[in-house]
Design a binder for this molecule. Structure first.
Ligand code: TYD
Ligand code: MG
Length: 454
């Protein structure tokens, strides 16, 4: 057996060192070095002979046609770039219990025309069968394998020749060629390299489930994300049913789209009309509620924003926010204070995005602003209004992209007026039933959200 030696590996970037270091010289991360035992290489690596290495001119790529595999899950099919590229590696990250295993098992069960191998290092066959029973699908072409050793898995792949494999999870996988334990940086790196090699050689697509750390990153070296073709994140609030599938990296498509699912008692179901679900009490005139016309990826969505502004009884006012960036909320409060003269410093502020979803679109600013103002004055915003606009530091309302899409979604849902930025180009040309209220600054918005005659 090869001689064992101990080295220190940065859990963030995978850099190694013979001594422990407080700060990684390579990525600058603190306290990220962990000791790993690895087998020392006995023989020096032989360089390949020059004759076996060839290059190819890029002149003849036109004849290549990418045959994508149509996935039975249409949301996922769309966001990975309209079909799965054979031989590609997809990494799916997400918090424990969010539904990663359910999403991929469901996908495997729906792929009835191709042989799929579901490899689980976390659950037994019976546990997976129970889950499949719950989902209520049967697929004789879906094979289960509870195994964690890559060499054994590789033999099974050779014998059943699947078109797609699912590995749940990459952190439980280990290769006998590496001495360190499963889940360690060298194991994760080596196993991903082995899977990638196999996938490219045999044209098998692989889905890898990856755990995430408490900071929200996929556990293991950052290079894991570089080694795969597509990185997806499955996110949502476990107390709610909605889940969002986001593309973080995609070598074969765009990263701007999202997929929305609802978790119910029979697994995950695609949500085709997110706006209708994310809006709740539209009939009641309640203060502190405003509707944002956002665009997540390429999909317009109308989302309800709820704010509560109450006098603070402590020295430091509380700012609690779910589904929105806390620092951005602080910025909006500072704009309210400075540009509109509202004394937010003595107020506790609570902000909530309906449905437990997380919004990233900066055009949500205006609706958040309106919800805050409405709660501050305890006065409801005129019924059937929605908002889209980014707020700048001087209180100006910035234009948003794809205004037409947002307006038509708002119209479809029966909204009567939409507040936008007057800096949006050509908005006058947009015709429709909805009344477009274009404004330049937050001061103007403040004056017009409570009265019908702007
Ligand atoms: P799971 O896929 O095990 O999450 P992960 O692999 O990301 O850790 O999902 C577990 C949760 O999903 C669990 O709390 C129960 C819920 N669930 C349903 O609500 N309905 C279902 O049909 C299934 C299979 C799971
Ligand atoms: Mg799981």
């Amino acid at each position: 057996m090869a001689k064992l030696k101990s080295i220190y590996i940065c859990q963030n970037c995978g850099a190694n060192s013979v001594k422990w270091q407080g700060k990684c010289n390579s990525c600058g991360e603190w306290n990220s070095f962990i000791e790993e035992i690895v087998a020392a290489k006995k023989n020096p690596v032989k360089l390949p002979s020059l004759s076996s290495t060839t290059t190819e001119s890029l002149a003849n790529y036109e004849s290549l046609e990418l045959q994508r595999i149509l996935l039975p899950d249409l949301e996922m099919n769309r966001i990975i770039g309209n079909g799965l590229v054979p031989g590609s590696l997809v990494l799916l990250g997400g918090e424990p219990g969010i539904g990663k295993s359910t999403l991929l098992l469901q996908l495997a069960l729906k792929m009835t025309e191709k042989v799929v191998l579901y490899i689980s290092g976390e659950e037994s066959i019976n546990q997976i069968k129970l889950r499949a029973q719950r989902i209520g699908l049967v697929n004789p072409n879906c094979h289960l394998l509870p195994e964690t050793n890559w060499e054994s898995i590789s033999q099974v792949i050779d014998s059943i020749s699947p078109k797609m494999i699912i590995i749940d999870s990459i952190q439980t996988l280990s290769s006998s060629m590496i001495e360190s334990t499963a889940g360690s940086v060298p194991q994760i790196r080596e196993c991903t390299a082995l899977i990638s090699d196999m996938a490219k050689k045999k044209n098998i697509s692989a889905f890898l489930i990856g755990h995430i750390t408490k900071d929200g990153y996929i556990a293991g070296p950052k290079i894991l994300e570089h080694m795969v073709d597509t990185v997806l994140y499955f996110e949502g609030d476990r107390n709610y049913d909605y889940r969002i599938l986001r593309t973080i990296k995609n070598r074969f498509g765009s990263v701007s789209d999202i997929g929305i699912y609802a978790m119910n008692e029979r697994g995950l179901e695609a949500v085709l009309n997110p706006s209708e679900i994310l809006l709740s009490q539209r009939d009641a005139d309640l203060s502190g509620i405003a509707i944002a016309a956002t665009l997540e990826g390429i999909r317009p969505m109308l989302i309800e924003i709820q704010a509560l502004v109450t006098p603070s009884y402590y020295g430091t006012p509380q700012r609690t926010c779910t589904g929105f960036d806390n620092r951005r909320l602080s910025m909006l409060l500072a704009v309210l204070e400075k540009r509109c003269g509202l004394k937010m410093i003595s107020q506790d502020v609570f902000l909530n995005i309906a449905g437990g979803i997380k919004v990233e679109d900066p055009s949500t600013d205006l609706a958040i602003f309106a919800a805050l103002v409405s709660s501050f004055y305890d006065n409801a915003i005129i019924n059937n209004s929605c908002f889209c606009g980014e707020i700048g530091l001087s209180g100006e309302i910035r234009p948003v992209r794809q205004l037409e899409k947002r307006i038509s979604e708002a119209e479809k849902l029966g909204f009567e007026r939409i507040f936008i930025s007057s800096y949006n180009k050509n908005y006058q040309k947009l015709k429709g039933r909805i009344k477009i209220i274009a404004q330049q600054s937050v001061q103007q918005v403040l004056k017009s959200i409570f009265t019908k005659n702007e």
